[in-house]
Design a protein around this ligand. Sequence first.
Ligand code: VGL
Ligand code: ZN
Length: 246
Amino acid sequence: MQVIASPALSRRLFLGSTAAIGLTAGFGGLHQARAAGTIKPDAKSALIVVDVQNCFIDGGTLPVKGGAEVVPVINKLAASFENIVVTQDWHTPGHASFASAHAGKKPFETTALPYGTQVLWPDHCVQGSDDAGLHKDLKLPTASLIIRKGHNKNVDSYSAFVEADGKTMTGLAGYLKERGINTVFVTGLATDFCVAWTAMDARKLGFTAYVIEDATRGIDLNGSLAAAWKQMTDAGVKRIQASDIA
Ligand code: VGL
Ligand code: ZN
């Protein structure tokens, strides 16, 4: 499966992909048993709003189908959270994740980088461009931190916590932990890349992690959306809907 940077993850994704549908349905069933509005975020909870940027919306450089639909859902969710963190994909021109930086490569192909297999994307979310700006209708006045990731020219960062080399920390874990936050609710774009990697790293770093499914949209490259859900739920990420939040 060429959608994942780390060889270990990539093997898991591949092995796991056929089982994804059954398990997903199982979790959906579980989910339906939960009464609406029963999860109440507290002072130790943070909403993470991943990459709701023009680049990932229709008219942008790497549009995610239905991407704009998450905006009103996230704006409404914000009222339930004391702590909100926003992320922006924030690449240098000529970034290593751009197909244009690799002779003979086209978008959505892969290449080997020192840290593993990298999916190559169209040029997107270049630092300071309108394309990299947050969607104009996103209204999060109480957000306390904007974290920018993928700003290292040679290393991608789907995760808001750890760059794709698997070791360079963005500082987000420290920020949350210093503020006593132990639970994150992840929303935004795209479900199968930056949202999934953020939620899985949150688990690895000891946070309780939820993904609010209807506040996300996926890219779904070669089955990556079902595979990401399988990986997330296997990692203990809880799959919920916006209506589950009180
Ligand atoms: C993303 C692909 C490339 C994301 C970022 O935000 O999910 N996907 N860069
Ligand atoms: Zn990117």
